[in-house]
Design a protein around this ligand. Structure first.
Ligand code: NOJ
Length: 564
């Protein structure tokens, strides 16, 4: 007899299992750029507290905040030197608690960024580890003794010099997949894992609701460090990520932390195959709940833009692979890429509003937990930074040095960087049209985009047709209609070159989503467009429908409930 028969309860297939994190709408806050209350030019927790009503007004139900822990800030906090302390820039632990309570009072859950593939080189563990070869913390990190010769090549994501850094003190090299100030922790050491679970428990006790596991796919390493073939680094995630042992660690983490505290955890990255992704998140595996893959952000890196056909293909294939089991995040932007609207929409004055609304309609009508990056609810855009001296990001500077060393055309490189750089997405939030966009009374750590005079919360609050108010309507629509959360996704007329059309179906309810991704009018005829329907949302005042044929205006986005 199966356990479920014994209990006489129906077997619940995972596809039917409901969960708050599936129904959630997540909003990502980059804390140093959200709202400054001290005048030091950096956002802080009190700033978030001031804006709690704003967050509530969006209707979002989850906040993921980038790291705010003790850190020398080489990678803006992704280099942690004290995992249980608040960086003074953001306030105190009391401020943190006040912010968390304020979010909880408004029904908003909090997701903490857990950066444990690596720590900062200023973390006491690393200070101990590098101090002598027989220090008890030595094997908290990966070391290669110099007398064994040069270590087998490992590439670094940030450092053009590679992932091994020679350290004079003990005549050995240490491993860092990111910057040399971010040494990789040795997850094969059970003591390290217990330290990490203790950190996660510390935050769970404070009341956080979930974790976002930074760069987690790289955590497990083959500590014999075999030689890998030349050029292997071109398939970085395949060689550096998702070792089978990772799953043992995730299961252990689940038992130690996730399950007892009833938390949610999302992985940055999803391996290199659907199988990898399923292995991370399928419910019966007891590892994580959600993963996010990089395919959607990788299709738009270049100045030439992206192909709608590729965009549709990525989302369709991932949806199909997760139809019955597992769950994904749906996102198009975050703190690691340029702004949503510059990459997928159109920043021309005539098209900025409808294209941002169309993209938000897409994000909030797909299957998967939608992630919105702060400012995308307003259509915030890239800034212009043509000179390398203006950049502070460790990754931009690393890429620049690498390109220079490889003799690339540096004018072209700078053009690309200006468009692609993640610094574009880190400019201060645009609250109003005053100096510094209402972000700070002091000098902002990063210049506020000049367009804050027109693109800002105060202006968009007043305008019922703004990007912001459309975002709020879309969030509400999703929350009011489980079909938008759980409904099956079916793409229609996939080859259409301007319109992305799909249905979502749950039991008797079916909605049709039509999105014009182009700056021209576009027409579509479908079996579904011949049916009677109720328009649920439209980012234009008009909808041209004639004898089953629908013509959409540039970047028009509609959702219609079909009446069968
Ligand atoms: C991924 C984070 O999203 C990114 O911002 C950071 O630089 C790297 N991991 C290293 O922690």
């Amino acid at each position: 007899m199966k356990p479920n028969d014994r209990n006489n309860t129906p077997v619940i297939l995972e596809k039917d299992a409901k969960a708050w994190w599936k129904e959630g709408v997540l909003y990502q806050i980059y804390p140093q750029s959200f709202k400054d209350t001290t005048g030091d030019g950096f956002g802080d927790f009190q700033g978030v507290i001031q804006k709690l009503d704003y967050l509530e007004s969006l209707g979002i139900t989850m906040v993921w905040m980038n790291p705010f822990f003790g850190s020398p800030l080489v990678d803006n906090g992704y280099d942690v030197s004290n995992y249980t302390a608040i960086h003074p820039r953001y306030g105190t632990m009391e401020d943190f608690q006040e912010m968390l309570d304020g979010l909880h009072c408004r029904g908003i859950k909090f997701v903490l960024d857990v950066v444990v593939n690596h720590s900062s080189n200023e973390h006491p563990w690393f200070q101990q580890s590098r101090s002598s070869r027989d220090n008890p913390y030595r094997d908290y990190y990966h070391w290669w003794p110099a007398e064994k010769g040069t270590p087998p090549f490992r590439d670094s994501i940030f450092d053009p010099e590679g992932a091994w850094q020679f350290d004079q003190q003990t005549n050995a090299y240490y491993l860092h997949y990111f910057a040399k100030e971010q040494p990789d922790l040795n997850w094969e050491n059970p003591k390290v894992r217990q330290e990490i679970y203790a950190i996660m428990k510390f935050w769970a006790e404070k009341g956080v609701d979930g974790f976002r596991m930074d760069a987690f796919q790289y955590a497990s390493k083959d500590t014999t460090f075999p030689e890998w073939p030349k050029g292997h680094e071109k398939e970085y995630d395949k060689w550096y990520g998702m070792r089978p042992q990772l799953h043992d660690y995730l299961k252990e983490m689940y038992t130690e932390v996730i399950e007892p505290y009833n938390l949610f955890a999302v992985a940055e990255g999803a391996g290199t195959s659907f199988k990898d992704a399923h292995d991370l998140v399928d419910a019966d595996r007891n590892e994580l709940q959600v993963a996010y893959h990089f395919d959607c952000r990788d299709i738009s890196k270049d100045l030439e833009g992206y192909q709608l056909s590729e965009f549709k293909a990525v989302f369709t294939k991932w949806d199909a692979a997760f139809k019955n089991n597992g769950w994904l995040a749906i996102y198009l932007s975050n703190h690691d890429v340029a702004r949503l609207i510059d990459r997928y929409g159109n920043t021309d004055a005539a098209f900025r509003t409808p294209s941002a609304q169309m993209l938000n309609t897409f994000l909030l009508s797909m299957r998967g937990t939608p992630y919105t990056y702060y400012g995308d609810e307003l259509g915030m855009t890239n800034i212009d930074m043509p000179k390398i001296e203006e950049y502070v990001d460790v990754s931009a500077i690393g890429d620049y040095n690498r390109a220079k060393a490889e003799g690339e055309d540096m004018d072209q490189f700078m053009k690309k960087l200006n468009f692609n750089s993640r610094e574009n997405a880190r400019t201060p939030m645009q609250w109003d049209s005053t100096k510094n966009g209402g972000f700070t009374e002091g000098k902002p750590w990063k210049k506020v985009n000049d367009n804050h005079q027109t693109i800002n919360v105060v202006a968009q609050n007043k305008d019922p047709k703004s990007i912001l108010n459309h975002f709020r309507k879309m969030v509400k629509l999703r929350k009011d209609n489980p079909v938008l959360v759980y409904g099956q996704y079916q793409i229609l007329q996939e080859s259409h070159s301007e319109i992305y059309a799909y249905t979502r179906t749950l039991d008797e309810q079916q909605v049709l989503v039509l999105l014009n991704f182009s700056k021209k009018q576009a027409t579509i005829t479908l079996e579904e467009t011949t049916k009677t329907g109720t328009l649920l949302i439209n980012n234009y005042d008009r909808l041209d429908a004639k004898e089953g044929q629908i013509t959409l205006q540039p970047y028009q986005a509609i959702i219609c409930e079909l009446i069968n």
